[in-house]
Design a protein around this ligand. Structure first.
Ligand SMILES: NC(=[NH2+])NCCC[C@H](N)C(=O)O
Length: 468
């Protein structure tokens, strides 16, 4: 984009630079879309002769401030590593030598070992407003940041996978999922604005024994009309009801056991056991068992989509725990065993971090079961295979999981297993973005609050503040 405003022309002249020489000397900058890049360069060019330090070096350490009273930019003097000089004294000296009447920047303020720089408001707005008018919708974005090689755009964009929202079908979409949705969508938009190729994934909780239990509940109490009208609500009601029954039943069995009765048969016929068997049929891809579950999933997705649409959010992929194939899990199970990461323990398979990793870290990570005694896989097992599958499919440069801090340990275990498998490079590309807990809610007890009204409010706000 051509530079059409005077201030920037003045700046180029001031520092005796051209856009070409800037690109050469400061390859990470993009002054034609980010006016602040000019300012950082300008400060560096002024300070170079005063300090005797190369302007590129100064440029590389100038930072944003974290509070406005500290200026627009700050220079941490110790970062320049000048031997034998006291940073505080240098700060005072350099501030004194800084030109009194620079057209763009106030004389800096020395604050301890930092120099604070304040941009002059008038000239900035004179340069900024034409820039906003020129760039239009593009203003505020910097598509260069996401390039694989900033010097060679033909090499393409970096790719990021952002996994967020990820509710559990049949359970309500609670405040935790809402937070993941808002944060995840915001991050995805931000990366898009920064020129990355962004893949948005919704990893549904749609698999596990509880979906066997839910199917049983539907067979007993399900209502076709209610399901069609509001699947999420209907399934939630069934889920709470059947869980209460299951808990009651288990408590009764436990009491009988305490009295010394033989409860083997009761346990074998319990709801819990029936649910397990039902889910087993699902993992064996029994068509009948899967048909009901698939309806629950499909209807829930239709509802989710409508809600996300209000928030101006779209996903590129509705993946989910159910989409992780048994074959993929078997493959990685074999690999883990071969690489000595897993061991058997009373018929179950687990990763014992306390043995694999010495010291505190191993202790902190503890032990994690990856295959139950009855042969079924777990949440973690699915995540391991899913992560590797995503890498295979997307070859991402970075992947973010936006998940509540409740699952900090789970994600640390996941990333560590990937690393132990020898995929250090893939593990290093993964990041957990967490957020605090919403206390006092339990889906099983039915104490979850459905956040309908904030949804509307946020949808509204999102329309106005959307980044991309
Ligand atoms: N890859 C993952 N484990 N993502 C997080 C999924 C969140 C999960 N469905 C929950 O509601 O708690």
């Amino acid at each position: 984009m051509a530079l059409e405003n005077k201030i920037d022309q003045i700046l180029l002249k001031l520092d005796n630079l051209t856009l070409e020489s800037i690109a050469e000397k400061y390859p990470t900058t993009h002054p034609n879309v980010n006016p602040y890049d000019f300012y950082r360069i300008h400060i560096s060019e002024i300070l170079a002769p005063i300090t005797g330090v190369a302007s590129e070096k100064i440029h590389s350490v100038i930072q944003w401030t974290n509070a406005l009273d500290k200026g627009d930019f700050t220079l941490p003097i110790p970062a320049l590593r000048i031997k034998g000089a006291k940073p505080d004294a240098l700060g005072t000296e350099w501030a004194a030598k800084f030109p009194e009447d620079d057209p763009l920047i106030e004389k800096p303020v020395a604050a301890g070992s930092f120099l604070s720089f304040f941009v002059k408001g008038g000239p900035l707005s004179q340069s900024l407003i034409p820039m906003i008018r020129n760039l239009g919708e593009e203003y505020g974005r910097n598509r260069f940041l996401g390039l694989k090689d900033p010097k060679d755009p033909s090499k393409g964009k970096k790719r990021i996978v952002v996994e967020f929202s990820s509710p559990n079908i049949a359970k309500p979409f609670h405040a935790g999922h809402l937070r993941s949705t808002i944060i995840g969508s915001f991050l995805a938009n931000l990366y898009e604005g920064a020129g990355w190729d962004v893949i948005r994934i919704n990893y549904l909780g749609d698999w596990g024994k509880q979906y066997g239990l839910l199917a049983l509940a539907y067979e007993r109490y399900g209502d076709e009309e209610a399901l069609k009208k509001d699947p999420i609500d209907h399934l939630f009601r069934l889920y709470v009801r059947i869980n209460a029954e299951k808990e009651e039943e288990l408590a009764a069995i436990e009491a009988k056991k305490k009295e010394g009765q033989d409860v083997t048969e009761l346990l074998a016929n319990s709801l819990d056991e029936q649910a397990r068997r039902y889910f087993r049929k699902m993992t064996d891809r029994d068509e009948k068992a899967l048909a009901l579950w698939k309806r629950f999933r499909d209807l829930s997705i239709v509802r989710y989509k409508a809600t996300y649409a209000r928030l101006n959010i779209k996903f590129d992929e509705y993946s989910g725990e159910s989409q992780v194939s048994e074959e993929a899990m078997e493959k990685v199970a074999k690999e883990m065993a071969e690489k000595g990461i897993t061991r058997e323990d009373q018929g179950a398979v687990l990763v014992d971090f306390t043995e694999l990793i010495p010291g505190k870290e191993g202790k902190r990570l503890g032990r994690a079961v990856v295959r139950k005694r009855d042969g079924t896989a777990l949440y973690l097992t699915r995540d391991i295979a899913e992560l590797l599958g995503r890498y295979e499919k997307y070859k991402f440069d970075h992947m973010i999981y936006v998940v509540a801090s409740q699952q900090d340990l789970h994600l640390q275990q996941l990333f560590k297993i990937i690393e132990l498998l020898g995929y250090k490079d893939i593990a290093a590309r993964c990041q957990h973005i967490n957020f605090g807990l919403v206390l006092g809610m339990s889906t099983r007890k039915g104490t979850v609050k459905l956040y309908v009204s904030p949804f509307y409010t946020l949808a509204h706000a999102n329309n106005i503040t959307q980044l991309g």
